[in-house]
Design a protein around this ligand. Structure first.
Ligand code: NOJ
Length: 539
């Protein structure tokens, strides 16, 4: 069967993130792989997603889970082969699923042949010009920049020079003032587009260009000389021309954590990236006023550039939202990850269910991080010696890192590895002993499960007449702590974030709820999708 795919599909797509190492392990070595993904494509099609975004699948020493790429034109041998990736793309397309892959243009692996050549060639060489090699000041690095993973952003090599790495020392930054880097990435884009890849997720999209002269950071809370410089937009214009040169146009989604919505929207101008992750929404506490502000600010920032908003609750870098939403402070920030505050998973799960209906009802695209549809919580008690994240290592464990959201998925059975592989091999990160009720198998067919909630919501989302595709209009006169909006075509979504049950709007018929109603009322931390007989005016 060949499903017809629509060119503007990305505007309202539900995109499922596969973190390959942890999705499904086809060859039974304890690490997820492409064979595992291929064996579960039917599951993803049935879930009702429109596209898969693959975290990096390239050959990599895995110092940073694959965000340290040693060859941009092949597949990590532990994951499979290029031929297998091509088959996977074709099989997904036949099921109506698009493929987005991660591109990592800010840095590569220290094992990339270009970096190895730069080390060998020595100071002043053209090979070193592809990276940021500089002399230091005496024993001190060239400037005071800090790595996002802790410590200095510079590492010294035996001949005395230093190289820049905004992330781990095993991820040297490319020098994008070098035309050779532009040509290389243009070629890499074509390499994957020619193999049928529908889009690219751009890692650290705001980081590629550094301020001339590499000046010291003077105010760590002000604009930084290595993020969001204007020159970065020229790169995306080059890339957009390539994406648009294909008859079935290819798309980009940018990863930028930017405080200013206007600066953020500049990346989404018509000749740049198509969309970007909405981290303001992800970071927002479970609070009706704050969420409404974020929704309004998001839509207002995207409207002038005619780009769709995206709605994201979790990914492979952040504490899973079931855990976050069960805490006293429900916001997310990387700094807070150091504290590991207590959580109530029952409360977090109730809110996560309501949040799922909220995100899937908002106008734009929605991202689902693998395991979110199973309601997985962060695994917070991994033994330190098994943690792999360079964040944990570089901060001496002060920041616990991101391993807890990357634990391999539970598919079936009563005990680890829960069907992650068929051989019984222990996965690369250990799974909790209490995950039996969380498996795909135990949730399938249970109408009260998170999985069936996601299936029902995604199915309804696909039924145009059910959700409507109109602009968001807030329903007037709602009680405090309630988010309620319509989307045209008689559809409305109501989320109760207060601590009291509330009446549902009159003249409505319930399509789906995130939890049982209390009579005719919507309980706290519960959401409802409604069919409205009349559409109220927007406010
Ligand atoms: C963002 C990615 O999502 C994260 O996992 C990675 O560590 C950094 N970029 C560096 O590539």
């Amino acid at each position: 069967m060949n499903v017809v795919l629509n060119n503007e599909w990305w505007r309202g797509a539900a995109i499922y993130q596969v973190y390959v190492r942890s999705f499904a392990d086809g060859d039974g070595d304890g690490t997820g792989d492409l064979a595992g993904v291929r064996s579960r494509l039917a599951y993803l099609a049935d879930l009702g997603i429109d596209a898969i975004w693959f975290s990096p699948w390239y050959p990599s020493p895995m110092d940073d889970g694959g965000y340290d790429v040693s060859n941009y034109r092949d597949i990590e041998p532990a994951f499979g082969s290029l031929a297998e990736a091509e088959k996977l793309i074709e099989e997904a397309h036949n099921l109506g699923i698009r493929i987005i892959i991660d591109i990592v243009p800010n840095h590569c692996s220290d094992e990339h042949p270009w970096f190895q050549a730069a080390l060998a060639a020595g100071p002043g060489s053209v090979e070193r010009e592809r990276f940021w090699f500089r002399d230091g000041h005496g024993d001190e690095p060239p400037n005071n920049w800090q790595s996002r993973f802790g410590g200095s952003a510079w590492t010294q090599v035996p001949d005395g020079q230093w190289y820049l790495h905004l992330f781990s020392p095993r991820q040297p930054d490319f020098n994008w003032t070098n035309p050779g880097i532009h040509e290389e990435f243009q070629d890499i884009l074509r390499f994957w587009f020619n193999r049928g890849v529908d889009g690219l997720r751009v890692d650290v999209a705001d980081g590629l260009v550094k301020e001339t002269g590499l000046p010291d950071v003077t105010d760590p809370n002000g604009p930084l000389p290595y993020f969001d410089l204007d020159g970065v937009h020229d790169i995306y214009r080059e890339w957009r021309r390539i994406a648009d040169s294909y008859s079935d146009k290819r798309v980009f989604v940018g990863e930028m954590w930017l405080p200013d919505p206007q600066r953020f929207a500049m990346y989404l101008r018509q000749d740049e990236l198509h969309s970007a992750f909405n981290f303001d929404f992800l970071s927002c506490p479970w609070d009706a006023t704050r969420l409404r502000e974020v929704v309004d600010a998001t839509l207002a920032a995207h409207a002038p550039v005619n780009a769709p908003a995206t709605w994201v609750l979790s990914n492979h870098d952040v504490t899973r939202h079931v855990t976050r939403y069960g805490r006293a402070d429900t916001s997310f920030s990387f700094a807070d990850r150091q504290h590991r505050a207590p959580t109530s998973l029952a409360l977090g799960t109730r809110r996560a269910r309501a949040a799922a209906l909220l995100t899937m009802a908002l106008p734009g695209g929605v991202y689902i991080y693998q395991g979110e549809e199973l309601g997985l919580a962060e695994v917070e008690d991994l033994p330190d010696e098994l943690r792999q994240d360079p964040v944990f290592k570089r901060t001496n464990g002060t920041d616990i890192g991101r391993d807890g959201c990357r634990v391999p998925l539970p598919w079936s059975g009563d005990a680890p590895p829960y069907g992650f592989n068929a051989t019984g091999t222990t996965p690369w990160l250990p799974q909790p002993a209490n995950w039996r009720p969380s498996t795909m198998e135990s949730q399938s067919g249970d109408p009260a499960s998170m999985l069936e909630l996601y299936r029902s919501a995604l199915r309804l989302r696909h039924t145009e007449s059910a959700l409507g595709d109109g602009p968001l209009g807030w329903l007037p006169e709602q009680p405090g702590g309630v988010l309620a909006f319509s989307r045209g075509s008689g559809f409305a979504c109501v989320v109760n974030l207060s601590d009291q049950p509330v009446d549902l709007p009159p003249h409505t018929e319930v399509l789906l709820t995130s939890g049982p109603l209390a009579g005719t009322q919507l309980p706290p931390d519960t959401a409802a999708w409604l069919h409205q007989e009349t559409t109220p005016s927007s406010s």
